[in-house]
Structures are given as C-alpha cells and as structure tokens.
Design a protein around this ligand. Structure first.
Ligand code: HEM
Length: 484
C-alpha cells in the first residue's frame, strides 16, 4: 500500500498532467482563437455537455437556444472537448452555407443519426458522389411524374380520416406520417405498403429519443463502449425493422425491371449498386425514408394545427381551394399548383415559426472567417434557424405571431432574404425541398376540400422539443369536421 502511495501514485499523477499538457499544447491555436469569440466556456473539460445529458427533449432546445442567445452574431460553447460556435445571424448563416470550408457534418453528433454513410451525414468526395447520384431523382421532370402518387396517397388519407369524424381530438401526425411514407414508398421506392398498419413508423418514432440520447453521450462514439451499452441494444432493435424493410424494397426491385421507372431514387440505387457498399445502400434507404417522410409529415401536421388555431386564416385557405379546385375526389395536376398563392404563404409562415430543421450543424474543415472572427478548424457550427426565424430584429415586433401575409410580395421586400432558411442552404440545401412543397400542397388541397379542423391547444402554449428535428412538444391534437 505504502509503495503504491509513494512510488506509483506520483508517477500516475505526473503522467496524467503530462497528457493534459500535451493535449492542450497541441490545441493551443484552437484555444487562442476560441478565447476571442464571445460566449461562455462552461465547466473545465466538459464545457456545457452536462446540461445536454438530461434526456428531456425540450431541454436540448432550451440549452441550445440559451447558448445561442448569449451573444450576437456568434456565441461560443463547448460540447465536451468539441469547440462549438452557435449563430442565429442571417448573414453569418448565409456565409456558412456558402463556404467550401463549412460543408462537413460533425461526425461526433451526426453518428447518432444511425446513417453514417447516408447523404445527410457523409462528407468530402463521398458526399459529392452521393449527391450527384440522387440529385437526378429530385429534378422537376421526375417530380412531375410523382404528382399522381401524391394525389392518390392524399386521397387515401382523406378516406382513412373518416374514422375520426365526430370523435374527440386525435394525433394528426400518425396520419400525415403514414401518408408521407406511402408517397415516398410508392413514388421513389417503387414499393407499395400500407403504412397505416406497419411497424416502420413505430420503429422510427421509437428511435428518436434514443438517437437524441446517443447524440450528446459523445463517449459512445468509441465503438466498443457503444456496443456494450443498453442504448445500442435498444436502438438496434428498432433499426432492424428499418433494415428488414430496406431488404424487402431491394428484393422487390431486383426482381423487377425498373427500365420504365425513369430515375426515381430506387432506380439510382440499383444502377449504382456496384459503386456503393452495402452499408452505403442501407444508410441511403434509411435516411431518405426518414428525411422524406418525417419533415413533410411534421410540417403538414403543424400547418393543420396552425389553421385549427386561426379560423380566419383557415377560411381564406378553404375559399382558395373552393375557387380553384372542383371535385372532392379529383386529381390535382402540377400545372394547377401555382393557383394557391395564399396557401403558399401559410406553408411558409408555418415553416418559419416551427422549423423542422430548426437546429442543424456543420463543421469547419479549415480556419474560416465568420462575421469578423476567425473560427478554428474542427469547430462545430450550430445553426439556429429556429431562433433566426423568430427574432424580432429580423421579423419585427410581431415575430412570434402567425401572420402568413408577412410573406406576400410587398411585405417580404423588407425582410433580409437570408433570414429565412427552412431547408438550409448552399450546396447542402435539402435535396427534397421541391418534392416536399409539392406533396404538402397537394395534401392540403385535398384536406380542405373535405374537412375543417379545430383544436383545444393554444398557440401561446406550444413548445418545441428536439428529436433531432424540432417537433411540437404538445403533439398535433386536432378534431376534424366534414365540410358541407
Ligand atoms: C418540409 C419538409 C422538409 C424540410 C423542412 C427539410 C429540411 C431539411 C434541412 C433543414 C436539411 C439540412 C439538414 C442538415 O444539414 O442537417 C435537409 C437535408 C436533407 N433533406 Fe430535407 N427537408 C424536408 C423534406 C425532405 C424530403 C421530402 C426529402 C427526401 C425525399 C429530404 C431529404 C433530405 C436529405 C437527403 C438531406 C441531406 C442533403 C445533403 O446534405 O445534401 N428532405 N432537409
């Protein structure tokens, strides 16, 4: 015992001090630059990490928004040893989106999304290769051909919703979720499935809180540690449902000749299967499935909630639908979609206030100048679009109110064009933004031809939670009435 205390312990202590000194010396440039950026350093070694370990999904937002609000245009924080710069400044965000040195996703956080090799997470040359492959599936000529699928799936959802007529409030997200999954499944995966009664939706919803837990438990990036964790087992159970689904999709498409199906997502995947590894294929199917359905379904549910809370605005939307669209069960052509300008304002305003991708991250691959500060290489850039979209500095004193008219051509002239970015921007802008806008509009036209909507939820009470997309914590509880 004495030998341990007097001989071994001092050696261990000196070794630890030496490791810390070498670690800090190697990072001296990082500390030098980090010190010049305003904000708080948090606790020694862990920074603000301890505050992000509470698995309450509202808490993640609270901590990130609070750090982001500390300083303008940049505010610093530390996720353990990872230096982080948060911003809600439109011009800084625009500069990030357009800088070749801010293209990367921070693997330390995006690994938790479970799709390391998918387009949302990949970096460098692999990113360029994947984006080029899948851009083809989202070009306007392909999207035009998906319009009948969007109509057909929206009409099916209108039928399904009949079971909720004259009943109490229900969660609209389970309907928009299944409908969006079916639209993507049929349109881009060439795979018909009834997602209203499928385990895929549940599996993904089950993964959300687990992915969030993993995101800030950054030590779980050490694979052996992660593999023995409880979180791994829980996530794997849900993930296997998605892998099984992917296998079914690929099997079916291998057996079928896709020649006629143009360049839809699954065709691109099959054509390039010799250039992509198995892992890349799995991750692409999973990330496109998730990104394709979840954000659209959340946005749709939020729009319906907003209109349930703002009856005067709902009336203007239904008037517009009645004016330009005849039959309840008819199909909307892509050429008619521009006839709904007021609905477009409603969609934009909803996405401003409740931005599904309201917190996203990039990582600097070089030192980069942002708003007069030199940001070190390897810094996580937290882009707080949610904060930017609600900041009175850019949107006026009524920034937190729901007013679609702020997007009309006259009013929008007075707003900084960089202050609105619900689909991110630059080269990594959402690949599915045109797809989403088309699908959302078609769904809403069918919805308001058939139903009115109401809710007991109050606009002022709504809070957001990070899942990692931003969801409304109170849920999407609405009641529907058949329009006469
Ligand atoms: C209202 C609907 C949507 C919203 C609000 C939305 C928003 C976003 C945002 C903010 C990003 C950047 C995320 C980040 O950098 O971490 C993104 C990326 C992405 N989105 Fe969307 N999205 C929507 C619909 C879709 C759809 C329908 C698809 C596919 C069918 C899709 C596929 C993707 C993919 C693959 C990326 C990664 C793109 C890249 O890094 O090159 N999204 N989306």
């Amino acid at each position: 015992m004495n030998r341990f205390v007097f001989e071994i312990l001092p050696i261990v202590f000196i070794a630890i001090v030496l490791v810390i000194l070498i670690f800090r010396w190697k990072r001296r440039r990082l500390y030098e630059l980090a010190n010049k950026i305003p904000g708080q350093n948090g606790l020694p070694f862990i920074g603000h990490l301890h505050r992000l370990l509470n698995p309450d999904m509202k808490n993640y937002c609270k901590v990130i928004f609070e750090l982001c609000d500390k300083n303008f245009p940049l505010s610093k924080g530390w996720i353990g040893p990872k230096f982080t710069v948060l911003t809600q400044d439109p011009d800084t965000i625009h500069a990030i989106y357009n800088s070749p040195h801010c293209m990367n996703k921070p693997t330390i956080l995006y690994n938790a999304l479970y799709t390391k090799q998918g387009l949302l997470s990949v970096n460098g040359a692999m990113y360029d290769k994947h984006r080029k492959i899948f851009n083809r599936s989202f070009k306007p000529s392909i999207l035009q051909k998906l319009v009948p699928v969007f109509n057909q799936k929206s009409l099916k959802c209108m039928e399904m919703l009949k079971e909720q007529l004259n009943k109490s409030e229900f969660n609209m997200y389970s309907y928009t979720g299944a409908c969006s999954l079916e639209a993507f499944g049929t349109g881009q995966l060439n795979f018909e499935k009834n997602f209203y009664e499928s385990d895929v939706l549940n599996a993904f919803e089950g993964m959300k809180p687990l992915m969030m837990k993993k995101m800030f438990r950054i030590w779980l990036n050490i694979e052996p540690l992660y593999k023995i964790s409880r979180l791994y087992k829980d996530l794997q159970k849900e993930y296997n449902v998605l892998v099984h689904f992917k296998n079914q999709v690929l099997k079916k498409n291998l057996e079928e000749n896709l020649e006629e199906k143009d360049e839809i997502f699954v065709k691109q995947l099959m054509d390039k299967k010799n250039e992509l590894s198995d892992e890349e294929i799995i991750d692409e199917v999973v990330i496109f499935l998730i990104a394709g359905y979840e954000t659209s379904a959340l946005t749709l549910s939020t729009i319906l909630l907003m209109l349930a809370m703002h009856k005067d605005i709902q009336k203007k939307v239904t008037d517009e639908v009645d004016q330009f669209f005849e039959a309840e069960d008819g199909m909307i052509g892509s050429e008619n979609l521009q006839n709904f300008p007021y609905m477009e304002l409603v969609i934009k305003e909803t996405m401003r206030l409740f931005t599904a991708g309201g917190i996203i991250a990039r990582e600097t691959s070089e030192e980069v100048n942002l708003s007069g500060y030199t940001v070190p290489k390897g810094t996580v850039l937290a882009i707080c679009a949610h904060q930017m979209h609600r900041n009175p500095r850019f949107w006026g004193s009524d920034a937190n109110e729901f007013k679609p008219e702020r997007f009309n051509s006259e009013n929008i002239k007075h707003i900084n064009p960089h202050a609105y970015a619900p689909f991110s921007g630059g080269r990594r802008i959402c690949i599915g933004y045109r797809y989403a806008m088309m699908f959302i509009k078609i769904f809403l036209i069918h919805f308001f031809k058939n139903y009115n909507v109401s809710t007991s939820l109050k606009f002022e009470e709504l809070e957001v939670e990070m899942t990692p997309t931003l969801n409304i914590a109170q849920g999407y509880k609405i009641q529907i009435q058949k329009r006469s």
